[in-house]
Design a protein around this ligand. Structure first.
Ligand code: COI
Length: 355
């Protein structure tokens, strides 16, 4: 079976694994849908496009990505509308970011036709895996890595691009408690903090684990020079509602340009709310908590969607944050975004695309 637009060789699974999954108790990242899209970059072009049953990849022990970290990924979500059609949310924004990451990591970019045809063919084939349960979705994980079986330090000549999907529920079961990190850093100016590359996540694991041992769920990363300004969190961008204004650190080369973050900014503006993208100091946020001006602090990301924090810890003090009310911006934007993605409300932004 071959699709008409691009030559994608589709090899369907003999027997679906979908009955093995309890869709009423989905855990993030545990189950993977039946198929995956795979393309190989060889001799300067993407070739051998195929959809095959989800399964192990065979790799040389010398695979370049495993040694020098030429590896990057994206995170997107697909939903179903009432007519049972599969909807994608801003996939071209993810592709644009993937290609920005690729350029920084000296990797090839992915043409739109390959990305979109691979993605839509995969989503149509695995449409049954898109959950319809509340707060659930099909998480889509495109990623690329260097495949040269060579351990000299240089950019690889060959790469593999894969997309697989996972039915998921909420990323955080309850509002996370986050700690302001003032010892370790995530990214520095001129580095690659803006890129969604594997190393940015690998380097965050030990500081995050140390915080978890102290009873926190995640970190709030601060700037590398002074530990004074808020950057992002391990799994999300950071946003605050202070005195009725949506305040968020401006995108820079140390901060990931989150698709959920920029969607929330556009929605807030559409609703007539003031939005400030700028430097946000830790002192400003702690001061706003102390003066009862901070209405909410939350993480925004594909995986976490909108995730209000229960507490922020700084210099050994835990600051408990206000409960999220029905009427709060956080609650309203979460539900609006969910409704938009599931086609339950009109889409004035043109963000939702049928697979
Ligand atoms: C996402 O939100 O898609 C992410 O990539 C965050 C994370 C699960 C690593």
């Amino acid at each position: 079976m071959t699709t008409e637009t691009l030559q994608i060789d589709v090899q369907p699974i003999a027997k679906s694994r979908i009955d093995e999954v309890d869709f009423d108790n989905l855990v993030f990242g545990k189950h993977h849908a039946d198929h995956m899209f795979v393309a190989d970059y060889v001799n300067g072009e993407w070739t051998d496009l195929k959809i095959i049953p989800y399964g192990d990849l065979s790799l040389s022990p010398a695979t370049a990505a495993l040694h020098y970290g030429q590896a990057l990924f994206e995170g997107m979500k697909a939903y179903k509308n009432d007519a049972n059609e599969v909807l994608m949310f801003r996939p071209l924004d993810n592709l644009a970011r993937l290609n920005r990451s690729a350029e920084r990591m000296c990797m090839p970019t992915i043409p739109e036709s390959i990305f979109m045809d691979g993605l839509t063919t995969l989503l149509r084939l695995d449409a049954a895996w898109v959950p319809t349960q509340p707060d659930c979705s099909l998480y889509v994980r495109p990623y690329m890595f260097a495949t040269d079986p060579y351990i000299g330090v240089r950019p690889s000549d060959t790469y593999k691009f894969v997309i697989f999907c996972s039915p998921v529920g909420k990323y955080y079961a309850k509002p996370p408690r986050v700690k302001v990190e003032t010892e370790y850093i995530r990214a520095a100016e001129g580095g690659f903090g803006f890129a969604k590359c594997a190393g940015n996540y690998g380097g965050s694991l030990n500081p995050t684990r140390l915080a978890q041992e102290q009873g926190y769920d995640q970190l709030i990363w601060t700037d590398a020079r002074e530990h004074k300004y808020i950057e992002e969190s391990g799994t999300m961008n950071l946003m605050f509602v202070i005195d009725g204004v949506l305040v968020t650190p401006a995108i820079s080369d140390t901060i990931l340009d989150g698709v959920t973050r920029k969607s929330i900014i556009d929605i807030a503006k559409y609703w007539g709310m003031e939005v400030q993208e700028r430097r946000v100091s830790v002192d400003e946020v702690i001061g706003a908590i102390q003066e009862a001006k901070l209405e909410a602090a939350f993480g925004a990301g594909t995986a976490v969607v909108v995730s209000p924090f229960a507490a922020i810890a700084h210099q050994g003090i835990d600051y408990t944050l206000p409960e999220i009310t029905e009427e709060s911006f956080t609650n309203k934007v979460y539900h609006y975004l969910s409704d938009l993605r599931m086609g339950k409300v009109a889409d004035p932004f043109g963000w939702v695309i049928k697979a």
